[in-house]
Design a protein around this ligand. Structure first.
Ligand code: KIV
Length: 255
């Protein structure tokens, strides 16, 4: 799939599926399942690196993980997150950072935590041939300012932000933790698709963090659903292996 094909899914009425992935083996499984888009999110700071929030992850680390995911994905579009301070640098620096990610990894586009204030930067990037997924609503890169992750309800601001980033050329808009009716209203008023996380069923698509749906995050955010309990299975497997090694059951006896 390419970016225009991804955007065009909205017209068909089919809901768009996205998940995060951060490495080759999991991205391969996600892609093989037919997921439309894979985000190499800066959430990797929390779910892979064990950090408190998304702020510490670097551009080099994003590129390192994105390259693995791109090699694994045969169908899905792969989008890399632009890490903090994202689109808040001078536009020439943002352009260089995004171009580096596209060149070094072969990914399809970048995600930028945005508001109407980033529209001029998004326009520059789009004009340069860099597809942008604009992230609106709850912006985790602002956590030090926000204090906590809460539902976003500012109707006029968010509608204005959504139209500004669409007009600037964003190929889709990610809505994080936006009040559900408002997310529905935004989705219906945009030509490009909205991808929701914690923003209700009226978005054009949904995205979740892979580790949350697999039961590997240690907790399940309110907006997520756990489809497997891999943490328990991994612990069980490791405990069984340890017991077998200690008892001599491995490698001498077959199960
Ligand atoms: O970084 C990330 O994984 C994200 C998702 C929560 C959408 O931005």
């Amino acid at each position: 799939m390419n970016i225009p094909e991804f955007t065009a899914i909205k017209k068909t009425g089919r809901k768009i599926s996205m998940l995060t992935a951060y490495d080759f083996p999991t991205a391969k499984l996600v892609d093989a399942a037919g997921i439309d888009g894979i985000l190499v999110g800066d959430s990797l700071a929390m779910v892979v690196q064990g950090r408190e929030n998304t702020l510490p992850v670097t551009l080099e680390q994003m590129a390192y993980h994105t390259e693995m995911v791109v090699r694994a994905a045969k169908n899905a579009v792969v989008i890399a997150d632009l890490p903090f301070p994202g689109g808040h640098q001078h536009w020439t620096r943002t352009l260089e950072d995004c171009a580096k990610i596209l060149k070094d990894t072969g990914c399809h586009g970048v995600k930028i935590e945005s508001s109407a204030a980033q529209a001029p930067v998004i326009e520059r990037l789009t004009n340069a041939g860099i597809p942008v997924l604009a992230h609106l609503g709850l912006l985790p890169q602002r956590i030090q300012q926000l204090g906590k992750y809460t539902l976003q309800r500012q109707k006029e601001t968010l509608l204005n932000d959504a139209h500004a980033v669409e007009n600037a050329g964003a190929f889709a808009v990610l809505l994080e933790c936006v009040q559900h009716d408002l997310a529905g209203e935004i989705s219906e008023s945009l030509a490009v698709p909205t991808i929701g996380i914690g923003s209700g069923p009226r978005c054009d698509g949904q995205i979740l963090v892979l580790h949350d749906i697999l039961g590997m995050s240690g907790y399940v955010p309110k907006h997520a659903r756990q489809y497997a309990q891999l943490a328990e299975q991994i612990s069980q497997a490791v405990n069984d292996y340890k017991a077998d090694v200690e008892s001599g059951g491995f490698p001498t006896k077959n199960r």
